[in-house]
Design a protein around this ligand. Structure first.
Ligand SMILES: *Cc1c(COP(=O)(O)O)cnc(C)c1O
Length: 789
């Protein structure tokens, strides 16, 4: 997926078992906007190709579509598209009808709400609502609707279901009998959890009543007609659904999972029904089918979907095989896989791989998602909206499930380990745009972060063409280790300083004049109403008004602003560029001449600010290599408050000051075993971007503080800082590293807390000084303890 890699890949590596490299590169070029991102969450949503959006906008611009109730042309188009949908699933309007809905969830609801459970001839006969336990949450939610309709609700386990529906019946399919009740069975064509494909050739058998024995065991009425509702949302994006072969009564799907666009549109495929339709989205759908046909060559059985199914299947199979073989140095397997098939049959397995990672002592590793995010890989973790499959495959019993919930775990949160046991899994899912190099990137990330072995040399055997993948290390070096070369920054501020005679003292003061840019270190500084004066009072915004942050633009730290109080200027510095001076206050020296009032968003707050003019805008755009940036000064009238609403904030994220303890950082440094991580203590401290760096004889003590006095100033502790991936950015170079996040997440059991937030209370002992100096003594107040002064 990476432009600079393409030649390389062309010569050396096959990208797909099914599609040749030229074709694959052409496909991938439709998604060049991903740049370095490795997208492995197609089961969450597909990505839309560029040409699709071009076609749709061209169509909408050149045609006039009106409400289909009043406009015949639009109505005809929609009917055409219904045909297209049916053709895609190898059927036609004489057999099935398409109802457009807002998505799978709505389609499922529609069926359950309108399904005729009660016999039309005899109202004493009523059918049941039966669902596979390993369904998506959206299906599980149907229980509520079924409950309102007063029908028996029963579930069937994965094993019971497979056993029952595959037992041949002697009975022939009986004619629809109006005197019987009607039962509805819901199961997925493919598990969204691990890609297992449930059988579709058993529908006939179900209609013959093979599930009656199961109903009987559950003490439900067996005098019933059977209807089958297939949740095809996870199946159809990468498999061909042939409705002429299997004949379910209802099929539900969402189009964004197939095409990436349009969102908010799905279908219920059923007999003889109709509904009101979101018409512009439907118009777009025509192009979805067209573009897919144009993009994908018919390499397998002259069929687009079979080609996609095979291409993605072999990618997932390859990942599965690599994970099965992955071992720590001591021979312990590094991955636990949660699959219901071993990828030997495309009929039973889709392009999803679900697993967890183990350390060499066999304990589970949590937080893989954070690491993947750092490496620009999109994967999904958690229960994956399928608690049935999650519970079954991770072997969580009901008691443990309850304990997890009472420990505060809920679906979609960040708690991935409770008592060392995983509450969810990692899901990797492939789309037609993925290639083997995406698999390699993921494996390289896993090796680098978790397995700590050389990336195993992987021989990839192709069906059509035997070929060896290029060395994974090379991919790795090219993609992740982007480094910006910079000279050593002068650290002279704190090099020659004598130690204070107090055991706990302030060792460093840092302010960050421009949000997310480099630090300006000083020996003494004034405290203003929002924190340190000039701390985070500027920000850089994009042309759409959105504030740039270091999380998305790590290179921001190479801009090193300084405050020159003599000349009353903000001096912008960056290696390789002439410094630029910008007046501290608007209206001075005419530099804010072009100042316009502008608004931007920082952490969902609206900020008022002054634009610092063209020269500053050009300078920051050049420094960061991003066009149309603007430098903005926070307006003096802006009174941004903290979340609790009691203190004023500058453009910092949540608090006035961040205090970091050097002793704690030293403790962390000693825990980091990675030989590749060579930060000295000062560089490591810099990563935490604290304003007040203290040193104490003992590590971690600051976590217990309630208040702290530094020199003549009193601060209140507002909580611990939840550190995110930012600490992985080397503040000298903007380069991303795995450490120290990996060690922090290990040592703090997943709670990434480091440093404490402070807000200013005031001066003590009658002092009226507003400034604070390095070497000032630090005196903490613990919980419950009295003030020392
Ligand atoms: C995604 C998904 C759903 C829900 O689809 P929506 O578009 O959110 O309504 C239901 N079932 C399965 C199997 C899915 O993968």
């Amino acid at each position: 997926m990476y432009r600079h890699d393409q030649n390389h890949i062309n010569n050396m590596t096959k990208l797909s078992t099914i599609l040749d490299n030229d074709c694959m590169l052409n496909l991938v070029s439709e998604f060049s906007r991903l740049e370095e991102k490795c997208y492995l969450d197609s089961a969450g949503a597909a990505l839309y190709p560029k040409s699709l959006i071009n076609k749709i906008s061209g169509d909408l611009i050149s045609n006039v579509y009106m409400n289909p109730h009043s406009d015949q042309y639009t109505k005809d188009c929609i009917d055409q598209i219904r045909c297209l949908v049916l053709n895609h699933f190898n059927t036609d309007p004489s057999k099935y009808t398409v109802i457009f809905t807002s998505g799978t969830t709505q389609s499922l609801k529609l069926v359950t709400e309108s399904f005729q459970f009660v016999s039309t001839a005899d109202e004493n006969n009523q059918g049941s609502f039966l669902y596979l336990r390993d369904n998506h949450t959206s299906v599980i939610g149907l229980r509520e609707i079924a409950k309102e309709r007063n029908v028996d609700i029963i579930y069937i386990s994965h094993d019971d279901f497979l056993k029952t529906v595959q037992t041949p019946q002697n009975q022939k399919e009986h004619e629809f009998d109006t005197s019987r009740g009607n039962s509805l069975l819901v199961y997925p064509a493919q598990s969204n959890f691990n890609g297992y494909k449930y059988p579709l050739d058993c529908i006939q058998n179900i209609k013959c009543g093979c599930l009656n024995t199961y109903l009987k065991k559950q003490l439900c009425a067996v005098h019933t007609n059977w209807f089958v509702l297939i949740d095809a949302a996870s199946y159809v994006p990468t498999s061909n659904l042939d409705l002429s072969e299997c004949e379910p009564d209802f099929v539900c799907l969402s189009f964004y999972k197939m095409f990436g666009y349009p969102t908010g549109l799905g279908a219920l495929i059923v007999r003889n029904k109709n509904g009101t339709v979101p018409f512009l989205s439907i118009v777009a759908l025509k192009h979805c089918f067209d573009v897919l046909k144009d993009l994908i060559p018919r390499a397998i059985e002259y069929d687009v979907m079979k080609t996609i199914a095979n291409h993605t299947f072999y990618l997932a199979q390859d990942l599965y095989n690599q994970l099965c073989l992955l071992k720590h140095e001591n021979g312990v397997k590094a991955a636990v896989l949660y699959m219901d098939s071993n990828f030997n049959d495309i009929k039973k397995q889709g392009s999803i791989v679900t697993f967890n990672l183990l350390r060499k002592d066999r304990s589970y590793i949590g937080y893989a998602e954070h690491m993947a995010d750092l490496f620009n890989i999109a994967i999904r973790t958690g229960c994956l909206c399928n608690s049935g499959a999650c519970q079954r495959l991770l072997n969580i019993d009901n008691k443990e499930m309850k304990a997890m919930y009472s420990a505060g775990h809920k679906c979609g949160d960040n708690i991935d380990l409770i008592n060392g046991k995983p509450t969810g899994a990692i899901r990797v899912s492939f789309g037609y745009y993925n290639t083997f190099s995406d698999v390699d990137k993921l494996i390289a990330m896993i090796c680098k972060c978790f397995v700590k072995i050389e990336i195993p040399k992987h021989i990839r055997i192709m069906n059509m063409n035997t070929n060896v993948t290029k060395s994974n290390n090379e991919v790795f070096e090219n993609i992740y280790l982007r480094s910006i070369i910079l000279d050593e920054e002068d650290n002279n501020l704190h090099n020659e300083i004598p130690r204070s005679n107090s055991a706990m003292y302030l060792s460093e003061i840092a302010i960050f004049p421009i949000k997310s840019c480099g630090a300006f270190k000083v020996t003494a500084w004034k405290i203003g109403p929002k924190g340190f004066e000039y701390d985070r009072e500027w920000m850089i915004i994009k042309d759409n008004g959105v504030c740039l942050t270091q999380k998305n633009y790590p290179q921001m730290c190479i801009i090193r602003p300084e405050i020159n109080l003599k000349t009353k200027t903000l001096v912008l510095n960056c290696e390789g560029m002439y410094p630029l001076s910008v007046p501290l206050a608007p209206g001075v020296m005419n530099a804010y001449h072009e100042s316009t009032f502008c608004r931007s968003k920082v952490c969902t707050d609206v900020i008022k600010g002054y634009d610092c003019g063209e020269e500053a805008a050009d300078w920051v755009s050049n420094a960061l290599g991003i066009s149309y940036l603007r430098l903005i000064r926070q307006s003096f009238e802006d009174s941004r408050l903290s979340k609790a609403g009691d203190i004023q904030l500058s453009l910092s994220n949540q608090a006035q000051f961040l205090l970091v303890n050097k002793a704690t950082v030293q403790w962390l440094k000693n825990k980091i075993l990675d030989p590749l991580f060579d930060d000295d203590i000062d560089s490591l401290i810099d990563r935490f971007r604290g304003n007040l760096i203290i040193d104490t004889p003992q590590e971690l003590i600051e976590k217990e503080w309630k208040k702290v006095f530094i020199g003549d100033h009193e601060f209140r502790v507002d909580g611990q800082c939840t550190r995110c991936q930012m600490v992985c950015i080397d503040q000298k170079t903007g380069e991303k590293t795995v450490e120290p996040l990996r060690t922090i997440s290990e040592q703090f059991a997943g709670k990434l807390r480091f440093g404490i937030y402070l807000s200013y209370v005031g001066t003590v002992s009658g002092s009226n000084s507003r400034s604070i100096q390095v070497f000032s003594p630090v005196e903490p107040v613990h919980n419950q303890e009295e003030s020392p002064k």
